[in-house]
Design a protein around this ligand. Structure first.
Ligand code: GCU
Length: 667
């Protein structure tokens, strides 16, 4: 197995459709992405099955017909049976006995159709009579890279940056093409290429010092239907423009941006736009000048407008200089409190990018109350593929399991108001912080490739189930069969296990400060970051009900009521919303404390089972993959033990109450 290839492995079995039919193809259409879609069809058949392809001039003698509706329609016999309308970026595939067709209304749709056709072929899942019609639910499907120009990656766990080295854009072109292929094959259509914390040389990416190189990079992604979306530094008029201010309402500032952005568009005319982190964790922003975030964003949006660009403005805005003694402040409220009053004030080419939860990619968090509440604002949801709080790609943690639950969350703003229902409407897309780097297998942990794959698939179709994604990815990567099924099972067990041995019941942030790996129960307790659990000898948690910080009241009434009442609140999130005594009785009749002990013993045992299951595959897997994953699993087991014992011991020491089942807790 070549890890570099991810889900485009060399196939050991013959394709499930006849080779001559795959070989002889006819195509009609025009355009750069169209040409590339055809090239990808040919390239991947050769690469994965060693099938050379041949373009035939006559549609009748072709085994596979590919093209755009406008060009193929006049030529196709039996076209009345084609779907009347194929939506933007969508495709229609029909498998026949003699001939199969892949048809799309636009070039990107054809590319996605080719990838889906080949993915199904690899899974042995195509047969005559099959019809597949798909289109993405949401328009924006974005990867955010937090890469710095020195080659480091903020929260990167898979080696150095794919894009940069020593403050230059420097990359292996072939590998970059392979990356663009992986991304496009799961429907990604935007990529931001630098850290949202725009520091040092990255500030110059929008200047002529870097633009020729950025334009070259854009050209690598362009045929794959992927447009660049760099991160901007709000203070750039000062830091690189030589102005004395970055005040968004200062005409000189607006004029500077207008000119700078026009310059960028001269190099990259199809740039998607920019992403901005402002007034957050030390980044500059409109608050510094007494302006609102709408005023800040709209000024930049106006400069993008003539070029058709969009501004992605992040809502991760909170006070990171809190006093732990002050119980009146609640960081969970921050994004809502900062943005809800601005609903309807943003320009029409601004989209807010909202983290899925109110804190920061924790293992267990509720969905952010802004979703559904914003009525006159365009927005996207931000997820994190890189495993900052979920094990640094040393521990296995299959994130689509979490994402499926986020997509199913009902915001309770009227009918059809689950996150997955909002997708494609007010929720215009999904962004996720990428987990890739220069490691041979792209993601450090080979099985973490499934998270990259899964993000693309779910951003394309938020109704997909994580089980289907796990099985699909495993079959594509390891070949369909028992091994893939077993690996899918391991993936699906991993998130519940991680939840069990991590911080209990939605309490959050019991991690080592700064690096965010491994347990440190009071690591953030007396810090400025606003992430407290306030455990004492009788109780734990922050009261976020109407009696406390009022956070529950930020949700639609039905959800507010549910979260307000500990008896109705989802138990997994109980300590996110409530401060409870350790003897609080949970639904299973046991105390909260006993449930904390139990989940931690169970979590460790679940990891032990994952490791044993992996070992059972030793003879079925490539030796290098087997060994590298095993060594990570061994570390994960050690981590799970550490989490279990530190958490259980902490609560045992606080309460003096032993485990009712007599298991060993340290003192
Ligand atoms: C987290 C993370 C930072 C990151 C920030 C963000 O706080 O630890 O590294 O910069 O999120 O999303 O902007």
């Amino acid at each position: 197995m070549k890890e570099y290839d991810c889900w485009f492995q060399k196939q050991t079995q013959a394709p499930c459709l006849s080779v001559p039919s795959l070989k002889r193809f006819f195509s009609a259409g025009a355009g750069m992405v169209y040409d590339h879609a055809i090239a990808e069809y040919r390239f991947l058949l050769k690469k994965c099955w060693d099938i050379p392809t041949e373009a035939v001039p006559d549609l009748r003698s072709a085994g596979t017909v590919l093209g755009l509706v406008a060009d193929l329609n006049p030529l196709l016999p039996g076209k009345e049976t084609l779907p009347a309308k194929i939506p933007a970026e969508g495709f229609y595939i029909r498998i026949g006995h003699e001939q199969s067709i892949i048809i799309a209304a636009d070039e990107a749709g054809l590319l996605y159709g080719v990838y889906r056709f080949l993915a199904l072929l690899m899974q042995g899942a195509l047969k005559p009579g099959d019809e597949i019609q798909e289109a993405p639910t949401a328009r924006l499907r974005m990867l955010n890279h937090w890469d710095n120009l020195d080659g480091s990656i903020e929260r990167g766990y898979a080696g150095r940056s794919l894009f940069y080295q020593d403050n230059h854009l420097q990359y292996d072109k072939e590998r970059m093409v392979a990356y663009a292929r992986l991304a496009a094959s799961v429907g990604i259509n935007r990529i931001s290429i630098n850290n949202v914390n725009v520091r040092s040389a990255a500030k110059l990416l929008i200047t002529e010092a870097y633009l020729p190189a950025v334009a070259e990079l854009a050209a690598v992604f362009r045929p794959f239907g992927i447009r660049l979306l760099p991160a901007l530094n709000f203070a750039a008029p000062k830091s690189i423009g030589g102005l004395s201010t970055a005040d968004p309402l200062d005409p000189a500032v607006a004029a500077w941006w207008k000119e700078q952005i026009s310059l960028v568009y001269r190099y990259i005319p199809d740039l998607a736009g920019f992403i901005v982190k402002a007034d957050s964790e030390g980044e500059s922003g409109p608050f510094q000048y007494g302006r609102t975030h709408a005023e800040g964003a709209n000024m930049l949006a106006a400069a993008l407008k003539p070029h058709g660009g969009e501004l992605i403005w992040r809502c991760f805005v909170y006070n990171c200089q809190q006093d732990w003694r002050d119980h009146s402040m609640d960081r969970a409220r921050a994004a809502y409190d900062n943005f809800i009053a601005l609903d309807g004030q943003f320009a029409d080419n601004v989209l807010l990018q909202i983290k899925y939860g109110p804190l920061d990619f924790q293992v267990l968090e509720p969905v952010m109350p802004l979703f559904g509440a914003l009525k006159n604002t365009r927005y996207v949801m931000e997820l994190q593929i890189t495993q900052e709080y979920t094990g640094h790609q040393i521990d296995l943690c299959f994130l689509p399991w979490l994402w499926e639950r986020i997509m199913a969350f009902d915001t309770a703003y009227g009918p059809q108001s689950r996150i997955r229902d909002l997708a494609g409407k007010s929720l215009e897309g999904f962004a996720a912080v990428a987990n890739t780097g220069r490691d041979t297998n792209w993601t450090g942990h080979t099985l973490a490739q499934a998270n990259l794959y899964g993000f693309g698939r779910m951003a394309w179709n938020p109704a997909l189930e994580s089980e289907a994604i796990a099985r699909e990815w495993s079959a594509l990567t390891f070949g369909p069969g028992h091994t893939a099924e077993t690996i899918a099972g391991i993936l699906l067990a991993s998130y519940p296990a991680y939840e069990n041995y991590n911080a209990p019941f939605g309490i959050c942030f019991m991690v080592t400060p700064g690096i965010h790996y491994g347990p440190n129960i009071e690591g953030y307790e007396f810090s400025k970051w606003g992430t407290y659990h306030r455990a004492d000898r009788k109780a734990i948690g922050v009261d976020r009900t109407s009696q406390g910080t009022g956070y529950t009241g930020l949700y639609a009434p039905e959800n507010a009521r549910r979260f307000e009442d500990p008896a109705q609140c989802p138990e997994k999130l109980l300590l996110f919303f409530h401060r409870l005594n350790y003897d609080y009785r949970m639904k299973n009749g046991e105390t909260l404390l006993q449930n904390i002990y139990d989940t931690h013993f169970v979590g460790y045992d679940q990891v032990a089972v994952m490791v044993e299951t992996w070992k059972s595959l030793e003879n079925d897997l490539d030796g290098e993959v087997y060994d590298s994953v095993l060594s990570r699993f061994e570390r994960q087991l050690e981590n799970a033990r550490e989490w279990r014992d530190q958490i259980n011991t902490y609560f045992y020491r606080k309460t003096g109450i032993a485990d009712a089942r007599g298991r060993r807790i340290y003192d």
